[in-house]
Design a protein around this ligand. Structure first.
Ligand SMILES: [Zn+2]
Length: 200
């Protein structure tokens, strides 16, 4: 608690201001001094990470085609539309099984976002993609599975590192998260005052 400055917070119970000193912060709680209250307020010091970190990242993870692991596809920040069509962020080959390709032109969407609380990239999968007008979510023809379990229509689901995405029942891709180096994260750490949801 070096350099701790006395600060005012709003009591979580009565809403009136109470003064927090270094000793209170070190203890992790403060008892409201206002008459008739006396509530114990916990002082969780909190932090998050600045989203600007995203601009400096060298990559955002990748998909490996498990039927032929030498084929990999890099991901971008934001929505990645996966499919065989030209308009896709991740344009995959037309993998043919018994004369047929089971992957739709715009088959599924894998969205990469930054979670400012954990400092990690988050990967969320949805079957289908927005159509060219960006108005309607068009489901794929043959469906999408995560770790062997079919995604429901409109379902948006987190994909863990090494999660396996199956497109159209025949083609499997393994997701590799990009994990942000700890040394880099530290430089983007933003300290918040106590209780980020406090009412001023
Ligand atoms: Zn109070």
């Amino acid at each position: 608690m070096n350099g701790f400055k006395t600060t005012l917070i709003a009591c979580q119970h009565c809403g009136r201001r109470i003064m927090v000193r270094a000793a209170d912060a070190a203890r992790g709680s403060i008892t409201c001094s206002h008459v008739g209250c006396g509530a114990v307020n916990s002082l969780q010091s909190a932090f998050q990470y600045d989203e600007a970190i995203v601009q400096g990242l060298p990559e955002f993870g990748k998909l490996t085609y498990l039927n032929k692991p030498e084929i990999t596809y890099p991901l971008q920040f934001g929505p990645n539309v996966i499919g065989t069509g030209d308009s896709c962020t991740v344009q995959v080959e037309r993998f043919v099984h018994n004369g047929r390709c089971f992957i739709s032109r715009r088959h599924g969407t894998l969205t990469v976002t930054f979670d400012k609380w954990s400092g990690r990239l988050r990967y969320q999968l949805q079957d289908g993609a927005l159509d060219e007008s960006r108005q309607h979510l068009q489901p794929s023809l043959n469906g999408t599975l995560l770790n062997g379990i079919p995604l429901q229509k409109m379902e948006l689901i987190d994909v863990e590192n090494e999660g396996v995405i199956t497109l159209g029942g025949a083609d499997r891709f393994r997701l590799a998260h990009f994990s942000i180096p700890a040394a880099m994260l530290t430089t983007y750490k933003v300290d918040l005052a106590f209780n980020p949801d406090r009412t001023e």
